[in-house]
Design a protein around this ligand. Structure first.
Ligand code: PLZ
Length: 458
């Protein structure tokens, strides 16, 4: 257990004014968290797992403070959600004002301006200058499901092409779209039909070398579509511009743009799932912008509303309007409080230039990790963009997952007050998703702790 130099303060409210320090004053988890964990185990379904069982009392800037008064450096942002920082002032103000006015009407019953304002913003901020429209939902999975519904309706076709290593959610249709069995799909079938999986360009693991992953990956994916489905049967090609849960796999250059071109020349709807990559995370407002790709439909959630549950489908107006009136919706979709939070979050991204902050985070992290790679051969690959960075751990000189080492490293980071997450089809990827409001000194300290964890684990 280590204790920071700064005196411990008892935080009751979060936000950016929370002392920005790492502070470990008890074992992790501490006694109060342990007590709550026992209650959780008695009351909450075992199906709901926990990465790090410290119970939170406040969070903001780059830290999470637990009920035992430990202050952890947050390299997860609630899985890429609080990009603007936890309890961001503009988000909190929006929520408070809206909640005091009204909390719900159901937009399909009696509409309100906030929903329309969010739609206008998304139509403006997402890639492409064409006419766009938006529909709002509650979760990423729900957005993806609706994007597929819209694409099928508009094309009159049923096949949906997805990729190896993909993650799109946990509902029945999105489980079918997701690649990995354990823990997402195992024993939960039968799954929805007309879903076809094709290879993903995965440079680190590409048999003929990373430099060929873009072009050869594209060739393989298209060949599979042509031979096994038939292009004119395909309603949509659905892809994460950077595969998130799959391990922050950045496809080789030309893969994404090639697929988008192929889709467009065959009347296939190209859907970019930017649920994890969106809202400044990758150093662009949306990850598709990096290669100048303009999707027909884009799904967003997570970073959209600073932590409130909200999701969106934004796309070409002709597609979004193809569905009959009343064909899309849901009781809570575009809840007014969530919409107010989203307007606050989008304002914060612009006001604090969080796109540039995300780039800066990448510029700090990548060279530090590269230097570590020269000392720790267990680091097989470093990848990602902006503030969406990961390292893949392998037995040195092989592609075999280094699963024991990753567990030891994560454990040590957690006990030293640095919250890190894992990912990857093989469970061997350490991923970093700091809030974009992370102070540089804290990021630096987190990397030093990580370095120490590698030293003792490898
Ligand atoms: N699409 C690209 O990353 C959610 C999953 C956490 P929901 N990723 C985090 C977990 O283990 O459940 C995600 C995503 C992409 C869709 C989703 C689904 O978003 O808001 O979790 O439904």
């Amino acid at each position: 257990m280590s204790v920071s130099s700064t005196a411990s303060t008892s935080a009751s409210t979060g936000g950016p004014d929370l002392p920005q320090e790492r502070r470990v004053v008890t074992a992790i988890p501490g006694p109060k968290s342990a007590e709550l964990l026992a209650r959780k185990q008695a009351a909450v379904s075992d199906g709901i797992g926990t990465v790090l069982p410290v119970f939170v009392k406040a969070a903001g800037g780059g830290v999470i403070v637990d009920v035992d008064d430990n202050s952890l450096i947050d390299l997860g942002a609630g899985i890429a959600v609080v990009n603007v920082g936890n309890a961001a002032p503009s988000v909190v103000a929006g929520i408070q004002e809206q909640a005091a006015a009204f909390t719900h009407t159901c937009f399909m019953v009696t509409p309100y301006e906030g929903y329309v304002a969010v739609a206008e913003q998304l139509n403006k901020l997402t890639p492409g200058d064409h006419e766009k429209k938006t529909a709002l939902f509650n979760s990423g999975a729900e957005a993806v499901e609706n994007a597929v519904k819209i694409a099928r309706y508009a094309t009159g076709r049923s096949a949906v092409v997805v990729f190896e290593h993909a993650y799109h959610g946990r509902t029945n249709l999105t489980m079918a779209l997701t690649a990995k069995s354990m823990p997402y799909k195992y024993n939960f079938g039968p799954f929805a039909g007309e879903i076809y999986r094709v290879p993903l360009s995965y440079p680190f693991r590409w048999p003929t070398g990373a430099e060929n992953a873009g072009s050869e990956g594209l060739e393989q994916a298209i060949s599979k579509i042509e031979k096994e489905i038939g292009a004119d049967q395909v309603a949509a090609i659905l892809i994460e511009p950077i595969a998130g849960e799959g391990g922050f796999i950045v496809p080789g250059e030309g893969f994404l743009s090639g697929l988008a071109e192929y889709a467009s020349s065959h009347g296939i709807v190209f859907i970019a799932d930017e649920v994890q990559t969106g809202f400044a995370r990758t150093g662009d407002m949306f990850a598709c912008e990096h290669e100048g790709v303009v999707p027909d439909i884009i799904t967003t959630a997570k970073g959209i509303a600073g932590g409130m549950p909200l999701a969106a489908v934004t796309g070409r107006a002709d597609l979004m309007d193809a569905v009959h009136v009343g064909g899309l919706g849901g009781t809570y979709g575009g809840n007014p409080v969530a919409c107010a939070a989203a307007l606050g979050a989008m304002a914060a991204i612009e006001e604090h230039d969080l796109v540039a902050k995300a780039r800066r985070i990448g510029e700090i992290m990548l060279p530090r990790l590269a230097e570590m790679q020269s000392r720790y051969p267990v680091i097989g690959d470093i990848r990602g963009r902006g503030a969406m960075i990961a390292i893949e751990l392998v037995k040195p000189g092989t592609l075999e997952p280094a699963t024991e080492q990753i567990a030891a490293i994560v454990k040590q980071c957690h006990s030293e007050g640095v919250l890190v997450l894992t990912a990857g089809t093989y469970g061997n990827v350490l991923r970093f998703l700091p809030p974009l409001t992370m102070p540089e000194a804290l990021l630096d300290e987190a990397l030093t702790i990580l370095d120490k964890a590698f030293a003792s684990a490898t």
